[in-house]
Design a protein around this ligand. Structure first.
Ligand code: ADP
Ligand code: MG
Length: 698
């Protein structure tokens, strides 16, 4: 294997120094190994021969067999072209070339049977083929199967270096003994378990597949391999850093939990909620510290799950805390949870920046003597003077507002770190979460409680603003509340603030009989809280705001979310904003206001929003549109993504099994010291040393 990485591409039959330089510059291919791993971006089927008479509508690449009968050169300058007529007995089609006219004229003959391969273009009712691939037809060669098509650059094309040229070089490469006998990079045990094609065979089928089935198996093998090494690398890195933390063992499920579950809980938990609770129980009973990320779309019922986790801590004689990113959220959690807690006689308190000194002192004392069971609050929870008697579980809501450092600070509140449950409604595709948040296990609530009415999402142009206002007016008349959100970005802050203010005035003029609250991030915190509270308490009917309301606010009576300049928001942000409505029994609406002229991708983004309410679908679309490197959170993770064949958005199941296998392997061979482990170690170094180098350069 390492040999191939050292073999200079210029020594491959058919390459030589000139082509080597071209390959190097244009495709970053400088060794045998590079070329071998330069995979086709798609495949075409050359096993079927079509008839000219059948051509109809929009066509993919097709293959024709027949003869040329005239050649003419037409046009001047850039439009100069060679035209030929080609017939297969069922009809005639025009074939056109703009380059290499002279050599083609010399090479092609009438009367000889050829196979043409290309994508027919329809122009004024006539089909033509431009620059098709041409082979002399050899009756005994038999039909060709699937053929790989490679991505090439303009420059390569202009040097007459085509996909076909690369295919030929690849053929030469695959026929060298060293490639045919390439040793496998995955251990036999895993290959057998996952029924993986051997490496040499997979590589051959990636380039020259025997048939669709073999191609799929080859792709599976290559994707698996790529993801296996990615996971192996992450797991090793984790093991090396914050290592196998010891954790409290919560072995009992006791009175609090059971009493609440059987006697108090007024609704049936969803299957997903039950599953997550089971997963947490297993973690917390294992002797290892739980470090779990709980993802669930807005309204999926994370709070009750968190509360039941705190009950397990209590049943085992420990305290718990729940930390939220804003005072409003912390207050809401406190209200909900104290109601539940009161029914089973446990003590809950709220601690935020605005908690009075007297109350604060009381809380501190009760924490230390253990009489306070659950503390809910904001960042105030991680102040140094907050000391627990025995903190066993920390729940962190809306995690993206808290950094790793803050999480670590909670751990230091005890010699053995508490179990940690991190909850987020920003749905990161599971596959990405597993790779990005490598240090967290992931649970997902992928089911909403029954009876929810999905939010109806509509797109409206600015020209129809009056119509939108009429609609909002009707909802207000029914006693509902409405959000109207404006974008605000730093680079554009002055203009954005002005638009926001003008919007605020316009809304006040339009709805003179309603109270309008007004919030943006540049306000003083106290004023912000005050305005928010007006809306939360129902005193204000409309809230005009920037995205400061994005996270977690719960006003079930709000049934309308208007998003101004929706074209300026990202998908996940739009989804977060939409999640503020649809929390009560009423039908809710999200109206995306946009200017008329928007780009294709923007329209696609807004279409996704009107089409689905499912946060995971939105997140996957977001990832497809932007690429994983662009998603929130991936930047800080420090993990380079450079995948050739696998796709995190689409290959979730392979990520999962690759991770399982990597985990299992490391359990038996943690330092990769076994014979097969050493092969993997070398492979890891090849893959990731190179990538690190890249990330340092760019
Ligand atoms: P989120 O996941 O966004 O934090 P919440 O925990 O605030 O969602 O739950 C939203 C609402 O759904 C709450 O009023 C909660 O009591 C309710 N709820 C949660 N689970 C269920 C369930 N299984 N059946 C019915 N209602 C539920
Ligand atoms: Mg919540």
């Amino acid at each position: 294997m390492s040999d191939l990485r050292r073999m200079d591409i210029q020594y491959l039959t058919g390459v030589g120094p000139k082509r080597a330089e071209l390959l190097n510059k244009e495709l970053a291919i400088s060794t045998f190994h590079d070329l071998l791993y330069y995979f086709p971006f798609r495949y075409v089927d050359r096993s079927t021969i079509h008839h000219v008479s059948e051509l109809n509508g929009e066509l993919p690449h097709i293959q024709l067999k027949g003869r040329f009968f005239t050649f003419t050169v037409a046009g001047e300058g850039a439009r100069r072209r060679l035209q030929a007529l080609f017939t297969d007995g069922t009809g005639t089609i025009e074939v056109v070339w703009f380059h290499r006219i002279k050599p083609l004229q010399e090479q092609l003959r009438t009367g000889v049977e050829y196979l043409l391969f290309g994508k027919p273009q329809l122009f004024q009712n006539h089909y033509s083929l431009v620059h098709p691939e041409i082979d002399e037809y050899k009756p005994n060669a038999g039909p060709q199967g699937l053929q790989g098509v490679y991505n090439l650059t303009e420059k390569l094309h202009s040097r007459s270096f085509s996909s076909r040229t690369l295919q030929k070089l690849m053929g030469n490469l695959l026929n060298t003994p060293i490639v045919a006998q390439i040793p496998d990079t995955l251990p036999e045990r895993i290959r057998v378990k996952r029924n993986l094609m051997p490496l040499a065979q997979a590589l051959r089928n990636m380039h020259q597949p025997n048939n669709v089935h073999d191609l799929q198996r080859a792709q599976f093998r290559m994707k698996y391999e790529e993801l296996f090494y990615l996971e192996l690398n992450i797991l090793r890195y984790i093991k090396g850093s914050n290592a196998k933390q010891q954790g409290f063992i919560f072995s009992r499920v006791g009175d609090h939990f059971n009493n609440f579950f059987f006697n108090v809980l007024s609704f049936e938990l969803t299957q997903a909620q039950k599953r997550v609770i089971r997963e947490m129980r297993r973690d917390m009973g294992s002797g290892r510290q739980m470090n779990r990320l709980l993802q669930g779309d807005v309204g999926s019922g994370k709070t009750i799950v968190a509360f039941m986790a705190t009950l397990i801590a209590l049943d085992n004689g420990f305290q718990a805390c729940i930390m939220a990113p804003t005072e409003i959220l912390a207050t809401q959690h406190h209200e909900t949870i104290s109601q539940w807690a009161a029914t089973i006689g446990i003590n809950v308190a709220l601690l935020t920046g605005s908690t009075r000194k007297k109350e604060r002192d009381k809380i501190h004392a009760a924490l230390r003597d253990g009489s306070l069971h659950i503390l809910i609050g904001t960042h105030a929870l991680i102040e140094n003077d907050v000391r627990f008697a025995n903190l066993g579980l920390a729940v962190i809501d809306e995690q993206h507002r808290f950094g790793v450092a803050q999480r670590a600070k909670l751990w230091h509140k005890n010699t053995i770190p508490p179990h940690v449950l991190v909850m987020t409604a920003t749905p990161i595709p599971r596959t990405l979460a597993m790779t990005v948040y490598g240090d967290l296990d992931v649970s997902v609530i992928d089911e909403l409680p029954p009876g929810r009415k999905p939010v109806t999402t509509m797109m409206k142009y600015d020209e129809n603003r009056q119509q939108m206002y009429r609609f909002v007016g009707e909802q207000l008349k029914l006693g509902r509340q409405a959000y109207i959100v404006y974008p605000l970005i730093e680079e554009n802050e002055k203009l954005d603030l002005r638009a926001l203010e003008e919007g605020y005035e316009l809304v006040q003029e339009t709805f003179p009989h309603y109270r309008v609250a007004y919030v943006h991030g540049r306000m003083k915190p106290a004023e912000k809280e005050h305005q928010m509270q007006l809306f939360v308490s129902g005193q204000a009917n409309i809230l005009v705001a920037t995205t400061v309301i994005e996270v977690g606010v719960n006003v079930p009576n709000a049934s309308i979310m208007v998003i101004e300049n929706a074209e300026r928001f990202g998908l996940s942000q739009l989804h977060q904003l939409r999640g503020r409505v649809g929390r009560g029994a009423d039908q809710s609406f999200c109206i995306l206001m946009t200017k008329y002229k928007i780009s294709g991708t923007t329209r696609h983004r807004l279409d996704v929003m009107t089409r689905t309410n499912d946060g995971f679908v939105v997140a996957e679309e977001d990832m497809k549109l932007r690429g994983p490197g662009d998603l929130e959170g991936t930047q800080q993770s420090g993990i380079a993504f450079n995948l050739r064949v696998a796709n995190l958005a689409r290959d979730g199941q392979i990520v999962q099994i690759a991770r399982e296998d990597a985990e299992q392997w490391l359990q038996h061979d943690p330092t990769l010291a076994s014979r097969e482990g050493r092969v993997m170690d070398t492979e890891l170094r090849h893959i990731f040393d190179k990538q690190e180098l890249w990330s340092r350069i760019s």
